[in-house]
Design a protein around this ligand. Sequence first.
Ligand SMILES: [Ca+2]
Length: 515
Amino acid sequence: MKLIHLVSGIAPALVVAGGAVLAQSKGPSAVECSVSALQAKAPAGTTVTSASLVAPNGANPQFCQVDGHVATPGNEVNFRLGLPERWNGKYYFVGVGGTGGTIGRLDAGLARGYASASTDTGHVSSDATWTADAAKRIDYGYRGTHVTAAAGKALTASFYGSTPQHAYFQGCSNGGRQAFMELQRFPDDFDGVIAGDPATGVPMQVGRALVFQKLLANPDSYVPIEKVEMLSKATVAACDARDGLKDGLVSDPRLCHFKPETLKCTGADAPNCLTAPQLAVVQQFYDGVKLPSGEVYAYPFPFGHEGDATGWQAWTIGRTPPPRDANGSLEFAQNRPSGFVLSGETFKMIASATSDPNVSWRTFNFGRDLPRLKEITTILSPLDTDLRPYKNRGGKVLMYHGWADPAISAYGTIDYYERMTKIAGGQKAADEFARLYLVPGMHHCAGGPGPNQFDMLTALENWVEKGAAPQSIIATHATADHVDRTRPICPYPQVAKYVGTGSIDEAANFKCQAP
Ligand SMILES: [Ca+2]
């Protein structure tokens, strides 16, 4: 008999008194929540280091929290697994941001009854030297997620005495990169995958480095917050109405033909213009990087919504101007923008992988150094557009990307989706297993003036479990927890069009249709 049938409807006999949990209970599980019991059922190479019951808290049910690690050649990869007392029969793995090092929060999965897991991808954030370790680079790149996903799934099956009916992965940013790696390298791991604002690894970090080379060359080239706000107002003013609705949102930056050089100072530097070196920084950002063949290497960025705390401030220019270093150039010292930190980490990996300690973001020469990036790109960058193995095993994938993401360009995800579609056999074939949603006015995975909160997991579940392919998904924008705008986001290439009557802040007055 499958234990899942026992779980539903029967309150397990777990004793909770005054918030404290009595440590011993079998509840609905086949084995108890203890290191010895779980270790006895663990797959080879998996070590359980702790297991304890955690009391219900907020939306989280009581669950058995299992910590452990999985051995890989030359390394150990940490994971955490949460096994809720009322299990929904399914497995959910959540990705992590940045360069990993911290295990993701399991709350979202636990609250829905999932056996929920995550990994730090093979190193801890306090380890400043992990980038120099080849095994850790591979585990961060792709292997760590795969081995811990497998271990968590096996422990889930042992704990409940029943194999999970479905397995899902969800991640944004680096989590989107993990998602893409799973799709491309380990198509059997998950039945459904949500890949948000997926990082492409080396190309985007190189593209970013070339922006920082110009931005931080000297104090004259630095673009301060006030000028980014000015730029943001200019792009929105030029682009807003191009999508057919003047609503303060640039909903389709592809239709926008803004020319940054129109902001160039004609005389002395002033608050409402960009100096020549500042303009060079801005153009580097929007232009991206091309190979000698003319093919895109690092994607250009869309125009629109560069301002605000979650815009360029967070990723590129920082909250405060960086001080000058001994050479006269600028160097972020504190409150370093996230893009700077991640580019630095990636260049440490590149330096180690090429055995050249002199490689750095500041001295990187694209024409000269590109050939040296091949090996590390294979490890870090999920660029394989052939998802047929994943499609053929019945997997489904939802991709999304914020149009105003200042960290990773939405154009890269669109290009990936289009290449993937071609290899899959065309739009009809791609529609059988993949969707891409572009989110107007959303910054990196969240934030920005556009509706930026939505539930992709329910749409994915309905597709995988009921065969109901997702159509539009309602996104909301909130200010101080108050929802002030809703809008459908649409399966690419459709866009949300205003029907012509009713509030432009209500989703009901928009329809997804061909652009
Ligand atoms: Ca608009």
